[in-house]
Design a protein around this ligand. Structure first.
Ligand code: SAH
Length: 264
């Protein structure tokens, strides 16, 4: 899947069929924009986007302004190589059924090559069988079977989120990893040797039985994941406890390749 070009998301359109509440038009636009989607198509909306739609769009009014209206669903789907319909109900007819993550992966994979669409139905009655007949797959958000219908914009948000997740996964994106300069295993080991020696020296630990205490203390400091500065502070404290004025030569953070100096 070629996801190098973010415009791959611009090849995914959300098609809303006969939406009754203009507020939902705005809320869907917002759901899409938060996830980087921008192409909204409307089939016979009960009324075009109005003040209520703008209020619910909450900054995604550019998507509403660019939304294209159509009389027929087939026109809204023109040029699409993949169409997935969404339904709150599990239909009696045997339709290839996808859960949102798989639906997202398929939309994204095909968007790498051409235009694709996700179709969302009417608030009251969803999509008709004739409309589903235009779809390659049916997507269903697993819900409480006794109360399976999400608000139209809530359903759009679930699908848009999953598309974003699939997009990020394909690009190898993850949440930023903590950038703290964590002490390495040898720095921690040096600290623990110093700690054990100090505890024996100040009469807290019995040299014969310090193994168990040592392991507990290692667990404690492993949970904290100290960085280089913190290890140096701790070793300074140990030095003070040992009555040493001159600091021992601690293991320092190695010099960086880019020439940045040692850190104290
Ligand atoms: N009473 C209608 C519910 C429509 S909700 C029905 O039973 O079909 C409006 C639209 O939101 C649906 O047509 C569908 O596109 C989407 N939607 C709501 N809940 C959904 C769910 N659980 N899974 C997939 N799509 C859902």
């Amino acid at each position: 899947m070629n996801t190098d070009n973010p415009s791959i998301l611009d090849r995914i359109r959300f098609v809303l069929v006969e939406t009754s509440h203009t507020g939902n038009l705005g809320a869907v636009a917002r759901a899409m924009k938060t996830m980087g989607l921008s192409r909204l198509h409307l089939v016979r909306p009960k009324s075009p986007p109005d003040a209520e739609a703008l209020a619910r769009a909450s900054g995604a009014d550019d998507l509403l302004a660019a939304a294209r209206c159509h009389d027929r669903l087939v026109d809204a789907l023109a040029g699409c190589r993949l169409v997935i319909g969404s339904s709150a109900r599990l239909r009696a007819v045997e339709w290839p059924l996808l859960e949102p993550p798989e639906c997202a992966r398929r939309l994204l994979a095909d968007a790498g090559v051409g235009e694709v669409a996700l179709v969302l139905g009417r608030e009251r009655s969803g999509l008709t069988n004739e409309e589903l007949a235009l779809c390659h797959y049916l997507a269903h958000i697993p819900t409480n079977p006794a109360f399976s219908s999400l608000n139209l914009a809530a359903a759009a948000q679930v699908f848009a989120y999953e598309i974003r997740q699939a997009f990020r996964a394909a690009r190898g994106e993850t949440l930023p990893v903590e950038e703290r300069d964590l002490a390495t295993v040898e720095a921690l080991d040096g600290f623990h040797a110093h700690l054990t020696a100090t505890l024996v020296e100040i009469g807290y630990a019995d040299p014969e039985q310090s193994g168990k205490l040592s392991r507990r203390l290692r667990r404690l400091f492993h949970r904290a994941r100290p960085d280089w500065t913190e290890i140096n502070i701790l070793r300074g404290i140990l030095n003070a406890a040992q009555g040493r004025k001159d600091p021992a030569r601690f293991l320092r953070r190695p010099r960086k390749v880019d020439g940045e100096g040692e850190r104290s």
